[in-house]
Design a protein around this ligand. Structure first.
Ligand code: ATP
Length: 513
């Protein structure tokens, strides 16, 4: 059986081989934790962006989208707390000289205990068969309960130590759990230190007048500083939201999980401005709405779970992650945070400008509270891509690699394949391509035997192949092949648009939310 690690390696090599993700500046041996998206990757990424933007902006008449600059006035990052508090606890192994995030070492240790729980569940499910009650098993099996209590205890202590900035205790925890460096196997650790994750740069040509800037570590602040601009010019009434998709930069201490943790990445964030006191209800609503967005893509509900935070960031009164089952286990995909009035309040204080809203219903001025939804676009890409990549054994014993991307996100939605390169078949195929390309991402391919072309389209994640053969010239029908079932059916050329619309129009996917 393939291990998690094999699976992950397969994801990385498939992403490269089929033009989805390349290491950055690869001819110079790449740059650590920076990646480029290739021709199919860029298309998939754009489709994810559109799917998010439609769901958040187009379908909500009280949410608008902006595009703020990456560079911001440096005081922004004082006000937001990033200069003082955007730190990760780091620890070095003295033998391997490798640097780790101390909290991640502890979380990975808990991840291993979770794998043990899963194994017990699988074993028991096999033993009890139909009668197996997972919930009851999790609540009563002494071994499982023991593991779970251990996990809860460790995470609680980690959360409390980080909250109190008690870095010595974080080190104690690592020592008590006998966590060894994955590289050297040794437990020869340095003390835990704080490390600021922002990248600095300079604005201006002359040395004297140059101003120290940061590359933004999150897109959210570009929204907060524009709160009044948007509220006034858009005549927005609280509650309303501002959404944004854009690059963010973090000098991550450990970045070895492909596009899961990058130093340059993209975020899709939405800040929802609400009256003070209503944050609980909006927080719950956005948790639900965002989970439903994920579920609408059909990657399997069992692959998502909420993780409510023990340790709250300095700005939050509640926070939860939507975690996804990546090839290396359940990890954060999206954060939903109740940010109180911290950000607007703090920008008021630092800028000296009022950032308030007059609420005609309450007949009062206030600094709105905020509930934020924040998802990493690259992480979303990895979630979709890794879950879609499957190795199947077919009835005849052969195997195929198929990328079962949600059809609405596929880089190529329809491939048009003339059976042979002669007898007028390419002409009809081109005509069909020219008709369909206005509504769908279409790819024309006439090279190699048709079976090989199907395999290639399977590996690229193309949900539908249309094959034009000699019969097509006579009766204007083509073969339509479904990627997942591999079923082929004959369909009239003039019915193609209707068929594809039902399968590919984002409307039918988004209506599930
Ligand atoms: P983590 O705990 O994994 O470092 P975080 O809690 O710091 O993430 P947030 O600041 O809440 O992350 O950012 C919101 C989202 O941005 C995350 O849920 C994640 O999807 C994405 N994200 C954060 N850091 C990175 C990164 N280095 N590379 C890719 N995506 C990232």
């Amino acid at each position: 059986m393939a291990t998690q690690n094999d699976l992950f390696k397969k994801v990385i090599s498939h992403a490269k081989e089929y033009g989805f993700v390349f290491p950055s500046s690869e001819i110079y041996d790449g740059l650590s934790a920076v990646y480029d998206y290739g021709q199919n990757g860029a298309a998939l990424k754009n489709n994810i962006k559109n799917y998010w933007w439609r769901a958040m902006v187009q379908l909500h008449d009280n949410i608008v989208g902006i595009d703020a600059a990456i560079f911001m006035h440096p005081t922004t990052w004082k006000a937001s707390g990033h200069v003082d508090a955007f730190n990760d606890p780091l620890i070095d192994n003295k033998d391997s000289k490798k640097r780790y995030r101390a909290d991640v070492l502890v979380e990975d240790y808990c991840g291993k205990l979770e794998v043990k729980i899963e194994k017990e569940v699988t074993k028991a499910a096999r033993r009890f068969g139909e009668a197996f009650d997972k919930e009851q098993f999790l609540a009563t099996n002494p071994r499982v309960v023991g593991y779970q209590e251990k996990i809860d205890g460790i995470l609680k202590r980690l959360g409390q130590s980080l909250e109190k900035e008690d870095l010595a205790d974080v080190k104690n925890l690592i020592e008590e759990l006998e966590i060894a460096c994955p590289e050297s196997g040794s437990r020869n650790w340095t003390d835990v230190k704080q490390f600021n994750l922002m990248f600095g740069t300079k604005l201006g040509a002359s040395a004297d007048s140059a101003m120290d800037l940061y590359l933004r570590p999150e897109t959210a602040q570009g929204i907060f500083v524009n709160f009044l601009n948007v509220q006034k010019t858009g005549r927005m009434k609280v509650p309303f939201g501002i959404a944004q998709i854009g690059k963010a930069f973090r000098n991550e201490i450990v970045a070895r999980q492909f596009i899961f943790r990058m130093r340059e990445f993209e975020q899709m964030e939405m800040q929802f401005f609400i009256p003070p006191g209503t944050q609980k209800e909006w927080y719950e609503k956005w948790k639900d709405t965002r989970l439903n967005w994920h579920k609408s893509l059909g990657l399997g509900e069992e692959n998502y779970r909420f993780h409510d935070h023990e340790k709250l960031a300095h700005y939050a009164d509640a926070a939860s992650d939507i975690e996804f089952k990546f090839p290396f286990g359940f990890k954060e995909l999206e954060g939903i945070h109740s940010r109180t009035d911290f950000d607007l309040g703090s920008h008021e204080e630092f800028s000296g400008k009022k950032l308030q809203y007059f609420d005609p219903e309450r007949n009062e001025n206030y600094v709105p509270y905020v509930v934020e939804t924040s998802i990493g676009l690259d992480r979303m890409f990895l979630a979709v891509f890794s879950k879609s990549l499957q190795e199947e054994t077919l009835e005849d014993g052969s195997s195929r690699t198929v990328l079962k991307l949600p059809a609405v996100l596929a880089p190529t939605q329809v491939a048009i394949l003339p059976l042979v390169k002669k007898d007028g078949l390419p002409d009809l195929a081109r005509k069909i391509q020219n008709d369909l390309k206005w509504n769908y991402a279409v790819n024309y391919d006439e090279k190699d035997a048709v079976g090989r072309r199907y395999r290639r389209q399977d590996a690229l994640g193309t949900p539908y192949c249309i094959t034009v053969d000699h019969q097509s010239l006579e009766d204007q029908t083509v073969t339509l092949r479904d990627r997942d079932s591999m079923q082929q059916e004959r369909i009239a050329v003039d019915q193609l648009d209707r068929f594809l619309d039902e399968k590919l129009n984002p409307k039918y996917w988004l209506q599930k939310i």
